[in-house]
Structures are given as structure tokens and as C-alpha cells.
Design a protein around this ligand. Structure first.
Ligand code: GSH
Length: 206
């Protein structure tokens, strides 16, 4: 069985939502629930980051984009990845865009000291503010480039929709997009209510 390491309000929500669309059984291991769970995560992923997914054959995948691509390829009927190769390329493009330009900025905002030689308070605040501005701008670019590739309300949602809906939850991104990209913001709010995904999202953001 798949074992998903995560915690509330984390990127594990994207993988949980994807596993639901794949209709495969999985166990959610909340790494914030006990030191043992955190230790088990560290054995699988030295970065101690979630999502981390242990596969039924014991293999381990970290990195949300890699996990979503794995699930999309393993369960084609889930529609996480489009069958059409040209559309699939664009979904993979969007997934990599989000993790490299947006998820990375979240890591800088959450742990600025990791990116500083001298982590005094002024440097920390300065780095956090700069990363936040860049994050918000990166989402504006995403909205402009990828809006036409997002879920339109027919068929099943895909990996790109799910990752966008999760990673926009942090660091004031939704509030920024409400003003800067109201169309994309409205899409996100509608997408959150998708009946297949709303139960997962409400577990992470009650
Ligand atoms: N590149 C990773 C980033 C994962 C990540 O930063 N996850 C956060 C939670 S949303 C985390 O585990 N942070 C704890 C840490 O970095 O120590 C991915 O795309 O999955």
C-alpha cells in the first residue's frame, strides 16, 4: 500500500488529492504526530520534507512534481496527466514551474536562515520580504501562462490543477492574486470546492 508522509497544511495535500483521484488505498502518516513518525520520515528522506511517498514495492519518492508524474503515469485512468503528449508536456512544464519557482520560494520564506551565511534578524526579514515579492510575481506569471491549461469543469481535474490549488495556499499568495489576477483567484476558489477534492482540502485547511 502507498504510505504518504505529511502533515496538515502541507504539500502532502496535493498528493493525498491525487491518490484519491487514482482511487488507490493509502495510509497517511502524520509526521507531526510523534517523534517516531518524524524519525521514520528522516530515514526515507534526509531533507525531512513532505510530501514523501513510500511505494507499495518499498521504493521511495520525494518531490511533489515527481510524485504526481509517477501517479499520473502509473494510473492513466486518473487523468492526472493528459494522454495527449503535447498537452502532457505542458502539464509537466507547469508542475516544474510551480516547484522550482513557487514552492522553493516558500522554503526560503519558512526557513530564511538556511539561505544566509549570517542569519541576523534584519537579513532574515529582508530575505523573507524579497522572496515573498518574487513568489507573488511568479504566480502572476503562472496565471498568465497557464490559465488556459487549467481545469474547465468537465472531466477530471489533473495534477497541475491540484498542485496550483495547494501551493497558492501559503505566504499570502491567494490574497495577492485576489487583486493582481482576479480571474485566476476565482478559478482557485471554485476549484477548492470540487467534490472529489474538497474533503481532502478541508482536512488540511479546516
Ligand atoms: N521540493 C519539495 C519541497 C517540499 C517542502 O518544502 N515541504 C515542506 C512542507 S509544505 C517541508 O517539508 N518543510 C520542512 C523542511 O523543509 O524542513 C517538493 O516539491 O515536494
Amino acid at each position: 500500500m502507498y504510505q504518504l508522509y505529511g502533515h496538515q497544511n502541507s504539500g502532502a495535500a496535493a498528493i493525498e488529492a491525487a491518490l484519491e483521484l487514482c482511487e488507490v488505498p493509502y495510509r497517511f502518516i502524520d509526521v507531526s504526530s510523534s517523534p517516531q513518525a518524524l524519525h521514520a520520515l528522516e530515514k526515507l528522506n534526509p531533507l525531512k520534507q513532505v510530501p514523501t511517498l513510500q511505494l507499495p514495492d518499498g521504493g521511495v519518492l520525494t518531490e511533489s512534481a515527481a510524485i504526481l508524474i509517477h501517479l499520473g503515469l502509473t494510473f492513466p485512468e486518473s487523468n492526472l496527466l493528459p494522454e495527449n503528449p503535447i498537452k502532457r508536456d505542458q502539464v509537466i512544464h507547469g508542475l516544474v514551474y510551480i516547484v522550482s519557482n513557487c514552492y522553493t520560494a516558500i522554503g526560503i520564506i519558512d526557513y530564511p536562515e538556511r539561505w544566509l551565511d549570517e542569519a541576523d534578524e534584519l537579513s532574515r526579514q529582508n530575505l523573507m520580504a524579497g522572496a515573498r515579492q518574487r513568489l507573488h510575481w511568479n504566480w502572476e506569471v503562472f496565471a498568465d501562462q497557464f490559465a488556459g491549461k487549467l481545469y474547465l469543469g468537465d472531466g477530471k481535474p489533473g495534477a497541475l490543477d491540484i498542485l496550483a490549488a495547494v501551493v497558492t495556499r501559503w505566504a499570502g499568495t491567494r490574497e495577492h492574486l485576489r487583486v493582481a489576477r482576479p480571474g485566476f483567484f476565482a478559478w482557485l476558489e471554485r476549484f477548492d470546492r470540487h467534490p472529489a477534492l474538497a474533503p481532502v482540502f478541508s482536512r488540511h485547511w479546516p
